[in-house]
Design a protein around this ligand. Structure first.
Ligand code: TMP
Length: 204
């Protein structure tokens, strides 16, 4: 079923928070209810996204400002090629990460958050942006890649602090991700349906 207007949903979290699993599960549940839902992710599968995954992410060897600009370029392409066409068809987009990841990850590397927002000012505000919260220690026990465990743990703690600040400021909606998968899925689904219904009624 396509809606009169598309709905843009974003799921954020630190590495290992389970956002990919829950984003995909949300799409499955929406399909079951008859909605047209599309899973997308940042970094995307387009040229800059692939470059970011291949060249930079594991060792973080580029200056964080350069990462910020590359993530913004990838976001522009992701929006133009994947998000907007689906929204225009009245579909629901579930994006695994968005601008909040740049604020949290590049912000944690001391890039000025005002500047991050500025270079991303083309990016529309989503209808719903969820922050899936898991303590950094729990998330790190789920993944072990790249840099030393201690260094990575400290970094993800800083990233989490920034995400929690965005929750406090009302930009992100908090969901406790440190619970059984089905419980987390249920909460995400309920809040997504609430958002879809509200937008559908408003018809905006
Ligand atoms: P993933 O684990 O969700 O595939 O994301 C890969 C990494 O990209 C993850 O460590 C977070 C990072 N990232 C940023 O640093 N800034 C961004 O803007 C985005 C979208 C991702």
């Amino acid at each position: 079923m396509s809606l009169k207007v598309g709905v843009f949903i974003v799921i954020e979290g630190i590495d290992g928070a389970g956002k990919t699993l829950h984003s995909k599960n949300l799409c499955l549940q929406l399909h079951r209810k008859g909605y047209l839902a599309r899973y997308t992710a940042e970094p995307s599968g387009n040229v800059i996204g692939r470059l970011l995954r291949r060249e930079f992410l594991n060792r973080r060897k580029a200056p964080p400002e350069v990462e910020t600009l590359l993530f913004a370029a990838d976001r522009f392409q992701h929006l133009r090629q994947e998000v907007m066409p689906t929204l225009r068809r009245g579909g629901i987009v579930v994006s695994d990460r968005y601008i909040y990841a740049s604020i949290a990850y590049q912000g944690a590397q001391k890039v000025d958050i005002g500047w991050i927002r500025c270079v991303n000012n083309f990016a529309p505000k989503p209808d719903l942006a969820i922050y899936l919260d898991v303590p950094a220690e729990v998330a790190m026990s789920r993944i072990r890649r790249g840099r030393s465990v201690m260094e990575r743990l400290e970094f993800e703690k800083r990233v989490r602090e920034i995400y929690l600040k965005l929750v406090k400021d009302g930009e992100l909606t908090y969901i406790d991700g440190d619970r059984p998968v089905e419980d987390v899925d249920k909460d995400i689904f309920n809040i997504a349906i609430e958002t879809i219904t509200k937008k559908h009624i408003a018809g905006t």
